[in-house]
Design a protein around this ligand. Structure first.
Ligand code: MEV
Length: 315
């Protein structure tokens, strides 16, 4: 028996970084997916075939011996092998529609799809159980994860999330389109999060005020989502971008993309850790094409995306 699962990428609409310190965040799954397929093999080892690298290894190795990007897959496979002690090995294949390492949730989507596909060889698990092991797997590459990204990749749609109360689904179905542009500057979430930690430690009061401002705009946005008030959500997106600039995770290229996208969308901001990665612009059916055109004219790599309501899917 083979096992296959796919999970969507995500954008953080509001609240990245501040969520690490307890503020609410709003996340949105997007219709670009990562698929993980798992087969049983005769040899008793773990094989990984992905665009970020390949691996053939025995189980029970220290994670330090495993290539950083492949650790979540190895961790999950090894965990299941230890639990079920099978007489076969596992071959894991990863296919992605999401550019990797640019703030669109590729790591989380990998962890969620891999948790479902690898565990699916052995037993049926609920989405809640999959999420729990996916977050464990994500911690092998990013120990301080808030868990927000894996949560939205598992359940799909729009969620609000905070570390203390966990997630809840946002039931409104706003009618927006997203223009996503990739700066092609690779970033490490772990490094950017630790840079923000240093900023916070040096500027406790400023950071705490920004967390309050962030909470205020999120409360406003939760009301606006019910009314599909894209104009007001867009204004809040621009405010959120100012807060991200204040904590030092923006740069010239990201700001240029945002300036261009702001000309025809409701508002644009960084999504995810920043320091590189992607920005998104909030648009509707009318201004999505003009926003993408303006970004393309300046040679920025961009594409449109919509909300994915499905979340984790298993085959
Ligand atoms: C990364 O996509 C989002 C951050 O807020 C980190 C996290 O929530 O774990 C920067």
């Amino acid at each position: 028996m083979n096992s296959k699962a796919s999970a969507p990428g995500k954008i953080i609409l509001f609240g990245e970084h501040f969520v690490v310190y307890g503020t609410k965040a709003i996340l949105c799954a997007i219709n670009k997916r990562i698929t993980v397929s798992v087969e049983k093999t005769l040899e008793n080892n773990i094989l990984i075939d992905s665009s970020v690298g390949n691996l053939k290894s025995e189980p029970d190795k220290s994670l330090n011996e495993i290539d950083f990007q492949l650790r979540p897959f190895y961790f999950l496979a090894d965990m299941m092998i230890k639990k079920y002690n099978p007489k076969f090995g596992l071959k894991i294949r990863v296919d992605s529609e999401i550019p990797l390492g640019v703030g669109l949730g590729s790591s989380s989507a990998c962890c969620v799809a891999a948790a479902a596909a690898i565990s699916g060889i052995f037993a049926k698990k609920s989405k809640d159980e999959i999420l729990e092991i996916a977050i464990e797997a994500e911690k092998t590459i990013f120990p301080n994860t808030s868990g927000a990204d894996c949560t939205v990749c598992t359940y799909g749609g729009l969620i609000k999330y905070d570390k203390k109360n966990g997630h809840s689904k946002i039931l409104s179905k706003p009618n927006f389109h997203l223009a996503i542009a990739n700066s092609k500057i690779k970033h490490s979430t772990k490094e950017v999060v630790s840079k923000v930690k240093q900023f916070k430690e040096k500027n406790e009061e400023k950071f705490s005020n920004l967390c309050k401002e962030e909470s205020n705009i999120i409360e406003d946005v939760l009301i606006c989502l019910k009314k599909n008030d894209l104009l007001e959500i867009g204004k809040n997106i621009m405010k959120n971008q100012e807060y991200l600039e204040a904590i030092g995770i923006s740069n010239e290229k990201l700001q240029d993309m945002i300036k261009i996208a702001n000309q025809s969308s409701f508002g644009a901001k960084i999504t995810g850790a920043g320091g590189g990665g992607c920005i998104f612009a909030l648009t509707d059916a009318e201004n999505i094409q003009s926003t993408l055109k303006k970004l393309k004219e300046q040679n920025y790599d961009c594409f449109s995306a919509e909300i994915d309501y499905k979340g984790l899917d298993t085959f």
